[in-house]
Write a protein that binds this ligand. Structure first.
Ligand code: V47
Ligand code: SF4
Length: 357
């Protein structure tokens, strides 16, 4: 008997698998079996639905005090291509699309010490005023930690100030891989995995929901990946505040890491094991901007239920050579989902359905 058989049975019976079980699955189950059980789990939760959102990405600066080895987006102040948007420029970017019924503004940036704490508050208030009904999903735990250190505030204070200024949710970036050994290699200046988790726990405590991610397909092993998923699942057992997990496919261009990036089989196995293992996180995202549209469509058959959104315009993966479009229209999103064999459901930042088709 294949050692994966009892683990497959456990999943099919609705049981929770251990980290050891997950390793057995990824090492011994065929990609078809993995896809099939991930699809069963996904269908129990979401039937034939696949979600998407009308969103706008806003990257307000690429100047960053860190130098993560996988990042092609960040620049030093004064370097050619370095930029920071003024609050008026942020306003213009939001106003330029005021005729579109955008449901979410996704805001992230580098760690730029020249902006000041009030800049963040002003930006949130400005966006909230111009887009009173949209969800504002802004600032990774890495940015929250940076502001807390820079301005001598607790994580809770920063999150509370931001929530009062309009913040609705935190994106999942900055988690990378929690292994301290790998973080030392990949992003030695970045906050530890432990602190990333603490910030999300604090956000959940004060009713700010968050997303979570894993950057995969570079120098990490399956054991590193599963340990990362286990830390997320443990926190979710405690707080229930994660909305969605996003396996972020590493983009290998123009950065110092010199790693290859995941191939198709790796992408589908990673998506499937995420759905199977994270039995307490409601949504798994197939992030088309990093995986490619074709892989994201098939990702919906390997456990994913969310297709992200229009984006316009994705900058972080594209700086690292992503060859996907920088954005999609709502019509394109609907038709990619339909052509993949699923029912498109337009959602908001909290994954509440705003429109069925
Ligand atoms: O934290 C940086 C990653 C993240 C590369 O929460 C890279 O809904 C791949 O977190 N290859 C930001 N990834 C993106 C992110 C995200 C995106 C979409 C939706 C949500 C959400 C979150 O991008 C960073 C870092 O992990 N990143 N460089 C690279 N070369
Ligand atoms: Fe800075 Fe984020 Fe890039 Fe790291 S991944 S260098 S923290 S912008």
């Amino acid at each position: 008997m294949n050692s994966a058989t009892p683990v497959i049975k456990k999943v099919m019976d609705g049981g929770r698998i251990s980290a050891e079980d997950a390793l057995i699955l990824v090492e011994n189950a065929s990609i078809h079996d993995l896809g099939s059980i991930a699809h069963t789990v996904r269908s129990r939760l979401h039937n034939n639905k696949a979600y998407f959102i009308y969103n706008q990405h806003l990257n307000f600066t690429n100047i960053c005090a860190n130098k993560c080895r996988f990042c092609a987006y960040s620049k030093r102040s004064g370097e050619p291509g370095a930029f920071s948007l003024s609050i008026d420029q942020v306003k213009d970017m939001i106003l330029a699309r005021s005729d579109e019924p955008i449901d979410e503004i996704h805001i992230v940036g580098g760690l730029n010490p020249d902006l000041g704490y009030e800049y963040y508050i002003d930006m949130l208030k400005t966006v909230r005023k111009l887009r009173p009904k949209a969800g504002i999903k802004a600032f990774t735990a890495v940015e929250i930690a940076f502001l807390s250190d820079e301005y001598g505030l607790t994580h809770e204070q920063v999150l509370t100030d931001f929530s009062k200024a309009g913040l609705d949710a935190l994106p999942g970036g900055g988690a990378e891989v929690f292994s301290p050994r790998l973080r030392q290699k990949l992003c030695p200046e970045k906050v530890s995995g432990k602190r990333w988790l603490e910030i999300h726990e604090t956000a959940h405590k004060i009713s700010i929901p968050t997303n979570c991610t894993l950057l995969f397909g570079h120098v990490e092993t399956w054991l590193d990946r599963i340990n990362h998923l286990l830390a997320l699942r443990d926190l979710q057992d405690k707080t229930g505040g994660f909305l969605c997990f996003i396996p972020l496919a590493y983009q290998p261009g123009y950065n110092d890491l010199n790693a290859k990036g995941p191939d198709g089989v790796d992408f589908f196995k990673m998506t499937a094991i995420s759905r199977i293992f994270l039995d307490n996180i409601p949504h798994i995202k197939a992030y088309w901007a990093f995986s490619g549209i074709k892989a994201a469509q098939l990702g919906l058959w390997y456990g994913a239920d969310d297709f992200d959104g229009t984006i316009v315009e994705e900058k972080i993966g594209h700086a690292a050579g992503a060859d996907t479009p920088k954005g999609l229209t709502m019509e394109q999103l609907r038709s990619y989902i339909r052509e993949a064999g699923f029912e498109p459901e337009q959602r908001n930042s909290f994954f509440r359905i705003s429109k069925s088709f």
